[in-house]
Each structure stands twice: as structure tokens, then as C-alpha cells.
Design a protein around this ligand. Structure first.
Ligand code: F6R
Length: 601
């Protein structure tokens, strides 16, 4: 997905714009570009196809201290230099970078062409500088007003940043349904589509909201609504360090993030205490729970369903955010959890709005303080996993799952459904979980060996029951998205209702075994698969002797209370996916066609 950086200050703009842009490389892109103003020259725009290093080789320091930069991921128009951002107006005075999609770009292009504008690219974005040019003349050369009037005519989603050759002392930015964050330094201002781009320069941020426009000058950041009302929002301090967004000696961000899990889980556990105190007792009136999320976060919600039902006895429904809008029940007064690590997933944000419109209480569970979901929900719970750069979620998933144990046991205890001892035992078990994860990470040789074998497969099934059925879904998703092996997660009991027909000696089964009331049935399912000559890799608790009667391929995890097994098993499945993908030579941190935060519905 596209990345944006803007800068105004006293330092060489190109250096900062390129350096910060490189921090967004992980999102995937096909071209990039920079525009600077001031420093003795008018407006300089340089664009390039391919890596940022190509762009860098074409840029020389100019002395300009104001500018914008962009990485593009093609939507309208093929990857090419002409289609790369920044785009300019007809008089080469205005440069714009844009994330999002302008739905009415064809109509606007037609209208502007009628007024003599010529377009040089196939993009929707190019209409924006032309529109601003028209408005600039109509507004007597006032850039802020010109941008305000121009964005008023746009339909769709946008995060834009604008510079003008006659205004090297200002950068203007506007946002609608596409993330944008402003950063404040000493006598300098920053703007970016993702906070990780700016961690080197500041930790003081202001997240823009939909329908806002910002004017950055060297000394100040001024934000207004499109209607002209001043926005007086406090800056948010983000405690992520610059190194958190770097690989630190690992080959990929994903493996670094997998190995960070003992620490991220510890942060979730200890950080929860401050969130817990702030939770309103009103939540305890809930008669039903609903978790709404997408992808991996949805799988964490499915683990949550088992826990809310167990600890609070409340019926719990889990919805994919993109489907929630079609839910019709008018008798629903659930407490809604919106689970999104990025806090920017468009479907989940739309679901939050819909839930509130239907009068429900909402809680966001997110890793990004100040992200859009935190403003769309009444209460927020913070995962504290640290920044996650790899497109495939790992540490944020296990933190989400941990948050499900914490919230459900808190509510269960407050509602009188579980005792203080039971509540405290859950906290103790969560500490054992962290130790179990450490144990797994201490020796990954067995996992690597099985991953080498799995990497040859074309299709595979992940099976589990009860609380490890969602773990199976997540394991399969992880493997498919980074290794491109076709995998399906299934409730083990469902195999015989159809998928058994697909099993052959070339279809590995990954069976998730926990020592609880599902144990005997899971062994039966393993036997069922072996009898169809499918090779089975069992993930089982240490010391299990039974499972070895069915298969030689076993990876064990430290023995803990089986209710808590989804976290250690998930870590094993993340490692399996990672090493299989590495064996296949895949682009692990940037899987094809995927983006870290999905900001379109
Ligand atoms: C898969 C993955 C995605 C995300 C999904 C929701 O590894 O990362 O499935 O879980 O796009 O993202 P968030 O949690 O940011 O709403």
C-alpha cells in the first residue's frame, strides 16, 4: 500500500524525506517520488520506477527544507514513472501525494479537461493538483483555502499532502478515510501515513481525523475541520523506539517479531492493569458479546468466544467486519469488541460506526494508540506489542489472544461468574504461557526440520477442536499468506463431512492436540487421516506418548493448562510458516498482493 511522508523544518528535506520513506518500504510499492520547494529553486519533482534506491541515485541535495515524498502501489494505471507521485498541476507550481481512491476522478477529469487541463498520467490522483490549481486562482492565492475547496469536491478516500512553489513555508495536508499522522519536532513539522516513518525524528504525534485539514509551518501545526473550526487536540506521545521498527540483525521483520513475543506478551499482561482500572462497570450489564474483526484479528476473536462463554457465560458472536453490516437483528444489544491491531482497517471502522448507530457499547482492542478505531469506539484497550512491520501478523495476534483471557476473566470475576481464586489462576497461567513461548523459541530446530518437509506441499489442512479450532484457522492463514501453499483450517470433526475426499499421501495434515476434553477425539481424527495415507504432523504437549502411535512427526510444546494452549501452539505455527516460506524463497515481509493495513472496504 502507498506511503506518504512530508517535512518542513530547517534540515535538508530530501535526506529526511527519503530516510523516512524507506521506513515504509515494508508496505510494498512499485515506484516512488519526491518534491521539494524553496532553497533557491522553484518546485523540483523527481520520480522513479522500482526501489527507493533508484530514486535516491537521481536526487542531489538542493538546500530545500520543505517537501513531500511517496511510495506508490499501483491501483489506477500501471507502475510507471508517469504514474508515480508526486503529481503536479499544469503550471508545475503545485505537487501532491495521495493515498486512497478518488471515486469521482473520471467526472472531475472531464470537467477539468473542459477547462483546458491536460493530464499526463493514468491515475485518479492527478486530478487533485489540477483541482487545487483551479481553486488557488479562485481563492486569491491562498493555498490552505484552495486545498479546502478542492477536497470538498472529492468523493472517495484520500490522505493528501500538498506543497506549492510560492509557499516554501507551508505544507498542507487533508484526510478522509485514509490514515494520516502529524509529527511535531523543534521548529519542524512532519506528516506521514504511518507513525513508524517518523519515530527517528519525534515521538509527539497528532492523528488527523476524517474531514480535517492541517497547515504545517516551521513553528506550528494547525488543524481545522473542513468547515473551518479549529481542532484543539492534544499531541499523543508514542513510546515506540526507532529500533523497534528495524530488523535488528534478523533476516526479516516477521521472524524478529515472532522472537519478540515473550516481551510483547509480558507488555500486554502488565499494561492491562492500567486499562483494567479504567473500565466502566456499565460494561458488566452486557447480555451478549460480539467481536468484530478481519483476518488474523477475527481468529483472535474466535478464541475470545470460547473464553467469554466460559468465564462470563454470555453468549458470544464473532463477525467478520466486512459482513457485519448485513446483520439484521434488531434485538441485539451486545457489548461490541472491535479487534484491529492497526486500528485503521476500513471494514472494522465501518462496523464500529454501524454498531454505534445501532446504539451498542463499543470497545476497541488495538496496538496503535490514537489510531482511527480508538476515536470510533467508546473505550480502548491497548495491546502494547510494539510496532509490527511484517505484513503477516504474529506478535499482535498472541497479544490479542492474551487480551481475550484478560478481559473475559475480568468481566467474569466482576459479574460474579468466576471466583477470585479462578481469576488469579488465569493470571498465573498467562505467566506460564510466556515461559512456554520462551521454551519454544529456545530451540526451533525441530520446527525448521518439519517446515522443510512442509515447504514441498501443494495443499495442507490444519485441524483442531474447540479453542484450537481458531488456532488451526490462524496457522493455515499464516502458511498460505507467506509461503503461498494452499492451506485450510478445519474443525477436526468436520473433515468427514467433505474434505476427507481431498486427502492423499501428498496432503499433509497439521493436527493441533491439547490435553483436554478434545484429546481422544483429536487422536481419532489423526487416525482417520493416517488411514487415508495422509502424513500427519502433530503439535502436542510435551510427554504425550499416545500421539506417537499414529505419527512420527511430532512437535511438542511445554505442558501448560490446555485452555491456554492456543498461544504456544500459534507460535509454533508461525515458525513453521516462516521457515517453510524461507525455504521456498518467498518475500516474507511483503507477501504478494497484501498490505499491512487495509484501508479500503
Ligand atoms: C494476516 C493479517 C491480516 C490482518 C487483517 C486485519 O496475517 O495480518 O489478516 O489481521 O487485515 O488487520 P487489523 O488487525 O489491522 O485490523
Amino acid at each position: 500500500m502507498c506511503g506518504i511522508v512530508g517535512y518542513i523544518g530547517n534540515r535538508e528535506a530530501t535526506t529526511i524525506l527519503l530516510e523516512a520513506l524507506k521506513k515504509l518500504e515494508y508496505r510494498g510499492y512499485d515506484s516512488s517520488g519526491v518534491a521539494v520547494v524553496g532553497g533557491g529553486s522553484d518546485l523540483r519533482v523527481v520520480r522513479s520506477l522500482g526501489y527507493i534506491s533508484n530514486l535516491e541515485s537521481r536526487i542531489k541535495p538542493t538546500g530545500a527544507t520543505t517537501g513531500i515524498s511517496h511510495t506508490r502501489w499501483a491501483t489506477h494505471g500501471v507502475p510507471s514513472e508517469e504514474n508515480a507521485h508526486p503529481h503536479m498541476d499544469g503550471s508545475s507550481s503545485i505537487a501532491v501525494v495521495h493515498n486512497g481512491i478518488i471515486d469521482n476522478h473520471l467526472a472531475l477529469k472531464q470537467e477539468l479537461s473542459g477547462k483546458g487541463h491536460t493530464f499526463l498520467s493514468q491515475t485518479d490522483s492527478e486530478v487533485v493538483p489540477h483541482l487545487i490549481q483551479e481553486e488557488y486562482e479562485d481563492n486569491g492565492g491562498d493555498l490552505l483555502e484552495a486545498v479546502r475547496s478542492a477536497v470538498g469536491k472529492l468523493k472517495g478516500s484520500y490522505a493528501i499532502v500538498v506543497v506549492h512553489k510560492d509557499h516554501p513555508d507551508m505544507v498542507v495536508s487533508a484526510r478522509m478515510r485514509s490514515p494520516m499522522v502529524l509529527g511535531k519536532g523543534v521548529n519542524e513539522g512532519f506528516v506521514a501515513s504511518d507513525v513508524t516513518a517518523l519515530l527517528k525524528y519525534t515521538n509527539r504525534f497528532l492523528y488527523m481525523e476524517d474531514g480535517e485539514i492541517a497547515l504545517l509551518t516551521r513553528g506550528d501545526i494547525h488543524v481545522e475541520t473542513l468547515e473551518g473550526e479549529t481542532v484543539d487536540r492534544e499531541l499523543t506521545s508514542v513510546d515506540w523506539a526507532e529500533e523497534d521498527a528495524e530488523k535488528g540483525g534478523f533476516d526479516h521483520f516477521m521472524i524478529k517479531e515472532i522472537f519478540e513475543q515473550p516481551q510483547s506478551l509480558h507488555q500486554t499482561l502488565t499494561g492491562w492493569r492500567s486499562d483494567e482500572e479504567g473500565l466502566s462497570r456499565e460494561l458488566l450489564r452486557a447480555r451478549m458479546m460480539r467481536v468484530i474483526a478481519c483476518g488474523t484479528s477475527y481468529h483472535a476473536g474466535l478464541v475470545g468466544r470460547c473464553l467469554f462463554e466460559k468465564f462470563t457465560s454470555l453468549p458470544t458472536q464473532v463477525d467478520m467486519a466486512s459482513e457485519y453490516r448485513y446483520a439484521n437483528s434488531t434485538l441485539d444489544d451486545s457489548l461490541v469488541l472491535l479487534m484491529t491491531q492497526s486500528g485503521e482497517t476500513a471494514d472494522t471502522i465501518a462496523a464500529a460506526r454501524e454498531a454505534r448507530r445501532r446504539g451498542m457499547k463499543t470497545i476497541a482492542v488495538t496496538n496503535v494508540v490514537g489510531s482511527t478505531i480508538t476515536r470510533e469506539s467508546e473505550t480502548s484497550l491497548h495491546l502494547r506489542s510494539g510496532p509490527e512491520i511484517g505484513v503477516a501478523a504474529s506478535k499482535t495476534f498472541t497479544s490479542q489472544v492474551m487480551m481475550m483471557y484478560l478481559l473475559s476473566s475480568h468481566m467474569g470475576y466482576q459479574m460474579g461468574r468466576i471466583s477470585k481464586d479462578e481469576h488469579d489462576a488465569i493470571q498465573t497461567n498467562l505467566r506460564y504461557v510466556i515461559r512456554a513461548v520462551e521454551g519454544i523459541l529456545n530451540d526451533v530446530s525441530r520446527i525448521k526440520e518439519q517446515a522443510r518437509w512442509l515447504s514441498k506441499a501443494r495443499d495442507a489442512f490444519y485441524i483442531g477442536r474447540y479453542i484450537n479450532f481458531p488456532t488451526a484457522l490462524e496457522g493455515a492463514l499464516k502458511m498460505k499468506e507467506i509461503s503461498y501453499i494452499h492451506c485450510e483450517g478445519y474443525p477436526a470433526g468436520e473433515l468427514k463431512h467433505g474434505p476427507l475426499a481431498l486427502l492423499t499421501e501428498e496432503t499433509p495434515i497439521i493436527a493441533l492436540i491439547s490435553d483436554d476434553h478434545t484429546y481422544d477425539k483429536m487422536l481419532g481424527n489423526v487416525g482417520e487421516c493416517s488411514a487415508r495415507s495422509s502424513p500427519v504432523l502433530a503439535i502436542a504437549p510435551e510427554g504425550d506418548r499416545e500421539v506417537k502411535r499414529y505419527t512420527d512427526r511430532v512437535i511438542t510444546y511445554p505442558r501448560i493448562d490446555p485452555l491456554f494452549s492456543p498461544i504456544p501452539i500459534s507460535v509454533i505455527l508461525q515458525l513453521l510458516a516462516y521457515y517453510a516460506a524461507k525455504e521456498r524463497g518467498c518475500e516474507i515481509d511483503k507477501p504478494r498482493n497484501l498490505a499491512k493495513s487495509v484501508t479500503v472496504e
